[in-house]
Design a protein. Structure first.
Length: 219
């Protein structure tokens, strides 16, 4: 296949598998999504979705959040890990949203990345999922699959994002980044990988990755 044929194969396969695309993190508005994404760093979506209702029952907007102390926030979100850093980030960004943005979540990379504990990926998720602005957040699943599919060299997430944006139509970015995440979890995980079920990698995958898979099965 040519690279363009590979891209079309990925798009069509994912569209057939995920015609309806669930959002991994439960939220009701841009603010609750921002907090949920921040909490998901080095945690799982399942764990975050268990804890956010407890936090949002006390504060689901920046004005109520700053009424809580950092310690109170930390005690609630402790199960998701990294709670000292995340609680400071949640409290700090809530105050900045009030002071600089009238309590609203901004709609630009620059403004979002100025918030405490908000990096490029978090900003991209908020822009795409909360506001529908084309973005291509790269997480570990997308990083792994873009490499396995020989669509990126896997050097770093910055390069992978550039490659994804170059190869895939902008109108599909918001859907594709979620579809690739779900596909990675269900069909092409880092551990327990079954190539026979991974129809995309089996069809277009990087030869070295496929060879490594079969070698691991023999050992």
């Amino acid at each position: 296949m040519t690279k363009q044929e590979k891209v079309e194969f990925v798009i069509n396969t994912l569209k057939n598998l995920y015609p309806e695309i669930p959002i991994p993190l439960d939220h009701k508005d841009p603010y609750t999504l921002l907090i949920a994404v921040l909490m998901s760093a080095q945690s799982t979506d399942v764990r975050v979705n268990q804890i956010t209702p407890l936090l949002f029952a006390k504060a689901d907007n920046p004005y109520d959040m700053v009424k809580l102390t950092v310690e109170e926030i930390r005690d609630i979100i402790r199960p998701v890990g990294l709670s000292p850093m995340k609680s400071k980030g949640i409290h700090g960004l809530s105050q900045i949203l009030i002071d600089k943005h009238n309590g609203e979540v901004p709609k630009t990379y620059e403004a979002l990345e100025e918030l405490p504990a908000v990096g490029h990926k978090t900003a991209a998720v908020v822009l795409s999922q909360a506001f529908g602005i084309p973005a291509f957040p790269v997480d570990t699943h997308i990083q792994r699959l873009m490499y396995r599919w020989n669509l990126s060299n896997g050097k770093n997430v910055v390069q992978t994002e550039k490659d994804a944006k170059r190869l895939f139509p902008e109108a599909l970015w918001n859907d594709l980044h979620l579809q690739i995440i779900w596909y990675g979890r269900q069909y092409s995980p880092a551990r327990g990988w079954d190539l026979d079920k991974d129809i995309i990698t089996k069809a277009i995958g990087r030869k070295s990755e496929i060879d490594k898979y079969y070698k691991s099965k023999k050992s």
